[in-house]
Design a protein around this ligand. Structure first.
Ligand SMILES: O=C(O)CCC(=O)C(=O)O
Ligand SMILES: [Fe+2]
Length: 274
């Protein structure tokens, strides 16, 4: 396997060597954010909630999601108005430890990735969720791919049927010439997310970069080729409400708020009723 592109060198927090920061792009990785016993509790809770379903996670070949708080709405890429599931204690317990306390997440997606699966590169919706996006990893390590978005990403986000599942490349995941050009302009790099680590995306890493996980049977971790195992993550987001909905970021190419404004301009003002 070709060597995977390494992430830029982080700075290590002087007060805590487990906190790695890429300050210029607003990215933070906190190692050992949860204990092994908290990890075991989370895995057990995930499986307990799945056992009502016909397809238990260990037999699935597709990513499975559980939603807590306001559900993620895959049609608007925002939060559901109607679906709410109370937040379980194992999630509530970690909120006081999150690095940003001025606002806390209230939308949680717990996902199980069977071995070999991933998530296509995407930019999480800007206008519907607050700046801080968290991803807590557990179960096993996986490389997350980051790449500064470019014109090809902007073009794809303006296609009629944008979806997280469509991601980058062709629907079958193959790279197109445009993808290769984009990769040349803004090379991607992979950051290993170890189990029990917390990733925090703000600034450019949140608004301007795509992030994703390549579907792969093996990964190179610490120089060793290892078979990918089942992985779990909890994505944590803060729902924007009322006048907070919108975005003023510096990355209009991949900003859903700007795309909506463009569409409104292109289609003219709404028809006046007599
Ligand atoms: O599994 C992860 O760590 C990230 C998932 C993600 O990017 C998302 O749900 O938007
Ligand atoms: Fe995401």
């Amino acid at each position: 396997m070709a060597a995977q592109p390494q992430p830029p060198t982080p700075s290590v927090d002087p007060t805590d060597p487990k906190i790695l920061r890429w300050d210029d792009i607003g990215l933070t990785l906190i190692l050992d954010f949860i204990s092994e016993s908290e990890e075991a509790t989370m895995i057990a809770a995930f499986h307990a909630a799945e056992s009502n379903h016909s397809d238990p996670p260990l037999n699935t070949r597709k990513r499975i999601s559980q939603h807590f708080g306001h559900h993620f709405d895959y049609t608007t890429f925002g939060a559901s108005e109607t679906h709410f599931t109370p937040v379980p204690p194992y999630i509530k317990a970690i909120l006081p430890r999150l690095p940003i306390q001025s606002y806390l997440p209230d939308q949680f997606t717990v996902q199980y990735y069977p071995p070999g699966t991933g998530i296509p590169p995407h930019v999480d919706t800007h206008s519907m969720f607050g700046e801080a996006l968290y991803s807590l990893s557990f179960g096993s390590a996986v490389p997350m791919v980051f790449r500064m978005s470019g014109p090809n990403d902007a073009r794809k986000m303006r296609l009629p049927k944008r979806s997280v599942a469509a991601g980058s490349g062709t629907p079958d995941g193959k790279q197109t010439t445009d993808d290769n050009h984009e990769e040349h302009m803004h090379p991607s790099w992979e950051l290993i997310l170890p189990p029990r680590s917390l990733l925090l995306m703000t600034g450019a890493s949140r608004y301007g970069y795509t992030h994703g996980i390549r579907p792969r049977k093996t990964d190179v971790i610490d120089g060793q080729t290892v078979r990918r195992q089942g992985r779990y993550s909890i994505t944590m987001r803060t729902v924007r409400r009322g006048s907070e909905i919108g975005c003023q970021c510096e990355f209009p190419g991949v900003c859903d708020a700007r795309i909506r404004e463009e569409m409104a301009l292109a289609h003219g003002p709404p028809a006046q009723r007599p």
